[in-house]
Ligand binder design. Structure first.
Ligand code: HSE
Length: 297
């Protein structure tokens, strides 16, 4: 008895929504197979595509699965096989895809004892292992689909938002690794009232824009004056990428999660592909190898 599932890549933060906003990508992600076995416990039997620890307690999928099993009375065993297509440290939710996938797949295999919102908490345990912080802005969209908002962490309150029909993401992944734990350490712990006002104005604007499908409002709201100025220093050529995508007509550009991937949102797939071309030509002079994805969101 087994299930095979798609585990989507995700863009966290989405400019103004540090640690609270995220969105899932339709066509970029990993695949995972989960099977019941007679040997009790969780075993990660194979990981294709990346060098990642197989020990259950050292693996984000293993930790998320253990968290779920800890709250139900299943006494059999589970084997997990992961086909990793999202590179760890890329900034498009590699650990979240594994953690959310394990929670979702295991729940499915056990006959859905939990709803999708309840699975977020289990998947967050995987994020804690990966980055030291149990943030939910990648696992929530991976589990619920589309855009999500973490309204509150304590108590956990995750809200699925509207996803406008014509939104597409273009993502460029410079092939350098930025660890989320490291790129969190460089952030300041305090913000000024002035920056706060700008940021929550934009978060509200972005959410209003998502519901009214007002692409101009979405575009005006894709701003971040708090985290982007600091983290962009870790991404060679960031300003050139941003300038090129905006010039090509993207609605907005930001750092995907903790980087180094940079995302642009566009209205329509044709525009998203033009933005991909703009990213490609802007980055070919930077001298860092890169990969580009275009996906509906
Ligand atoms: N919100 C998290 C961060 C996402 O930016 O650190 C990490 O993917």
């Amino acid at each position: 008895e087994g299930v095979r599932i798609f585990c989507p890549a995700t863009i966290a933060n989405i400019s103004c929504g540090f640690d609270v906003l995220g969105v899932a990508l339709d066509s970029v992600g990993d695949e995972m197979t989960l099977r019941k076995t007679d040997t009790p416990g969780i075993r990660i039997t194979k990981i294709i595509g990346q060098e990642i620890p197989l020990e259950t307690e050292q693996n984000v999928a293993g930790v998320a699965a253990l968290a779920l099993l800890g709250e139900c009375d299943f006494s059999g065993g589970i084997e997990i096989e992961i086909e990793k297509k999202i590179k760890p440290g890329s900034g498009i939710g590699s650990s979240a895809a594994s953690a959310a996938g394990a929670a979702f797949g295991l729940n499915l295999l056990l006959g859905n004892p939990f709803n999708r919102h309840q699975l977020v908490r289990f998947a967050m345990q995987g994020e804690k292992l990966a980055s030291g912080v149990a943030h939910a802005d990648n696992v929530a969209p991976a589990l619920l689909g589309g855009f999500t908002l973490v309204r509150s962490y304590d108590p956990l309150d995750v809200i699925k938002l509207n996803t406008p029909e014509q939104l597409y993401a273009t993502i460029i992944h410079p092939q350098i690794e930025v660890k989320t734990a490291d790129s969190r350490k460089i952030l300041k712990t305090g913000i000024s009232l002035k920056d706060g006002i700008r940021q929550w104005g934009n978060v509200g604007g972005l959410i209003a824009g998502l519901y009214t499908e007002d692409y101009d409002l979405i575009s005006r709201s894709l701003e971040d004056h708090i985290v982007e100025p600091i983290r962009s220093m870790l991404i060679p050529g960031y300003d050139d990428l941003k300038g090129a995508a905006v010039k090509a007509g993207a609605l907005g550009v930001g750092i995907s999660g903790s980087g180094p991937s940079v995302f642009a949102l566009s209205k329509g797939s044709a525009k998203a592909r033009e933005v991909a071309d703009a990213f490609r030509s802007a980055y070919s002079v930077v001298g860092v190898p890169f990969e580009i994805h275009v996906s509906k969101i």
